[in-house]
Design a protein around this ligand. Structure first.
Ligand code: ADP
Ligand code: MG
Length: 262
């Protein structure tokens, strides 16, 4: 098979029976899936279900032990690393800003590794995209709130002008209000920058509210692939519906309280 596959068509990412084992542990057990350019996909599933491993195969942080992953029709293992890093923006689980570098240096890290220097103007522009003041550029990560740090993580992932933004539980540690605001911000950036976005979250409500398509993983398999509307209508099977039940029951309880409040 040639490295470039025209049959990938409009799919920016294609998983072809992509598999990853760690010894006896099957982290991802043969996933076949297309992610269309321009879509906003949420990847939901319990801890250990294989979400991070699946996404790390896109930027070759993890290599498949079976099958393959295509990016714009090319097997990712054949795409030069520098090119892949530029085209795939990644917000890691736990963010990991470098504590001894300023905000500006953190944002400029990716381009710098690719031999490109980001000017002050571009850094200010990236900060503005995530609604941070340009004078934040000289701060150290520990001088920021959790939400601000997360915004810097997003700005850093966008620094190379990527085609796809992959976010691995980007808002996990945030309070609900900050989390909601950042979710809306990311959705807005997705539209404004014409991105393809994949976001891992364990919060089904967040997935339903932000994404066009929700994938549910369980034990290394994608067990549901539905629109938010279909999920709310009862589709997707048992694991998916058990996740949808949580925000639904909360909403029903709140509505019930409202009805019964004099
Ligand atoms: P999730 O992101 O959904 O929480 P992960 O993709 O991190 O799940 O992990 C899936 C499974 O693979 C887990 O059982 C995890 O322990 C295992 N795993 C992940 N990375 C490694 C690794 N580097 N070495 C060994 N096992 C791993
Ligand atoms: Mg994970």
């Amino acid at each position: 098979m040639s490295a470039h596959d025209e049959s990938a068509g409009g799919a920016l990412i294609r998983f072809e029976n992509a598999q990853r084992r760690y010894g006896e542990v099957v982290a991802v057990g043969g996933v076949t899936l297309d992610i269309a350019a321009g879509s906003f996909v949420a990847l939901v599933g319990s801890s250990g279900s294989g979400k991070s491993t699946l996404l790390k195969m896109v930027n070759t942080l993890v290599e498949p032990t079976g099958g393959r992953v295509l990016f714009a029709g090319d097997d990712v293992t054949t795409v030069p690393q520098a090119q892949l890093r530029r085209r795939v923006g990644y917000v890691f689980q736990g963010i990991g800003l470098f504590p001894h570098y300023t905000v500006a240096e953190n944002i400029a890290m990716g381009p710098r590794l690719a031999g490109e220097k980001l000017g002050e103007e571009r850094i200010a522009e990236l900060l503005e995209l995530v609604e941070l003041e340009s004078d934040m550029a000289s701060r150290m990560p520990d001088e920021l709130s959790g939400g601000q740090r997360q915004r810097v993580g997003v700005a850093r992932a966008l620094a190379n002008d990527p085609e796809i933004l992959i976010m691995d539980e980007p808002f996990g540690a945030l309070d609900p209000i900050t989390r909601d605001a950042l979710g809306e911000k990311v959705r807005e950036l997705h539209v404004k920058l014409g991105l393809t976005t994949v976001m891992v979250t364990h919060d089904m409500a967040e997935a339903l509210l932000l994404a066009d398509r929700v994938l549910v993983m369980s034990a290394g398999e994608v067990v549901a692939d539905e629109s938010p509307r279909a999920l709310l209508g009862g589709a997707g099977g048992e694991v998916a519906q058990s996740l949808v039940a949580v925000p639904r029951e909360q909403a029903e309880r709140l509505a019930h309280m409202e009805d019964n409040t004099p």
